[in-house]
Design a binder for this molecule. Structure first.
Ligand code: SF4
Length: 406
């Protein structure tokens, strides 16, 4: 926009299309290819730029798609205009994919926040050094690079002035924040600074690696009154043997200790997680261990993924791949458990008063509690972006239904 371009909806006729691709699974690769082949149907004379993680790791596959004019790796994303203008002059297909592995600093694209009217998503770091055996992300995003505290704080200060009340702290592996700095700075130091920003009332954390949840971390965290009591701790498996094959860096015992620390510190804590079922070599016994462990932790909600082979990862070549019907069966069992957990945990709020930040009003008026439960209030208007106390009367699916408390 700074260069005089106008941004239109992707489905409209445009002169330039930019496709930011994902490569997290083989399915996302296929979807990326499909959309790249389709895009120029809107305007055969347009320029098609592809960037993002699939562009970063799949140069040869993209070379087969004739419709593409420019391929840019993740490091080149902030120079799209320059490359497009060069293409207009020279009309030669361009492929510029520099190695993300050698990128040592956080590439600051300026303020790149995604906001709705109440909540802003703030990226604090890029990259991951963990190399879980099923995951392609370290190869597509490179090593951990953290954004400077002062840049993050200044962006959030600006956002707060626009009336936004909640920020979501995100990145590829936020527990690694600061690991690449010379000074000893970590995620908790950053959160302490964000907590001081006027106007921001809630700080939400995206997925956290459980190993960061130590006594010291929780002690400092509980002093920050804006931190929301919803924590997403990626477990992936409740079997130590499976965790080892996944190259996850914790045991179920350590994971359980982390959840206990959070449960003690936050009485209404909602713990959510991701689980992969059917990881190569997952026996019935290992799945049973996962099942028992999940029962014990009693998550509020679990995102269940059936393991899918991602080309280029170690797990894709492991022996004893689990047949699809078994993955399906295990997935259904855990989805069922997750739904039950949510229903039971929601019911305990009936009759209680909860503070809700109301969001954009659509056909219904709803918002979230601090622990990220959706609350809907019928027959009320004009409460968008305000905090209200709501008396909970009933539950409906994932939601709580209530009235504004008087
Ligand atoms: S920690 Fe997350 S992003 Fe990093 S390799 Fe493992 S799954 Fe991928």
């Amino acid at each position: 926009m700074e260069n005089g371009y106008k941004i239109v909806d992707f489905n409209q006729i445009a002169d330039i299309y930019v496709v930011n691709t994902c490569t997290v699974t083989n399915i996302s690769d296929r979807k990326s290819r499909q959309i790249l082949r389709r895009t120029k149907q809107n305007n055969i004379n347009s320029i098609l730029v592809v960037t993002g993680c699939y562009a970063q790791v799949a140069k040869e596959e993209l070379a087969k798609i004739e419709e593409i004019d420019i391929v840019l790796g993740n490091n080149e994303k902030n120079n799209i205009v320059e490359h497009v203008e060069q293409f207009i002059k020279e009309k030669n297909r361009e492929e510029i994919i520099s190695s993300v592995m050698e990128q040592k600093e956080f590439l600051n694209f300026g303020d790149i926040t995604y906001t709705d009217k109440t909540r802003a998503v703030i990226k604090i770091q890029d990259g991951c050094d963990r190399f879980c055996t099923y995951c392609i992300i370290p190869y597509a995003r490179g090593r951990v690079r953290s954004r400077k505290i002062e840049d993050i704080v200044s962006e959030i200060e600006k956002i707060a002035q626009t009336g936004i009340k909640e920020v979501v702290i995100t990145g590829i592996h936020i527990a690694s924040y600061g690991k690449d700095f010379k000074e000893k700075i970590g995620l908790i130091d950053l959160l302490e600074q964000i907590n001081k920003i006027k106007g921001i009332k809630r700080i939400r954390l995206s997925s956290l690696e459980p190993t960061i949840i130590t006594k010291e971390f929780v002690n400092r965290l509980t002093k920050l009154e804006k931190i929301c009591d919803h924590f997403h701790l990626s477990l992936q498996s409740g079997s130590d043997k499976t965790l080892e094959r996944m190259n996850r860096k914790y045991t179920t015992k350590q994971f359980e200790e982390s959840t206990q620390l959070l449960k003690q510190a936050y009485p209404n804590v909602a713990l959510t997680t991701d689980i992969i079922v059917g990881f190569p070599g997952e026996t019935d016994e290992e799945f049973q261990e996962t099942y028992n462990f999940l029962k014990k932790i009693n998550f509020y909600k679990m995102h269940i993924f059936k393991y899918s082979q991602r080309k280029g990862t170690k797990a894709a070549t492991m022996k004893n791949q689990v047949p699809p019907n078994i993955k399906e069966e295990r997935s259904n069992i855990l989805i069922n458990m997750s739904n039950q957990n949510q229903i039971l945990q929601n019911e305990k709020y009936i009759g209680k008063e909860l503070e809700v930040l109301f969001e954009e009003e659509k056909e219904y008026v709803q918002g979230h509690t601090t622990n990220y439960i959706i609350v809907e209030v019928p027959n009320v208007k004009n409460i968008e972006n305000t905090f209200q106390k709501v008396k909970i009367l009933s539950t409906e699916g994932e939601k709580l239904i209530g009235n504004i408390a008087v």
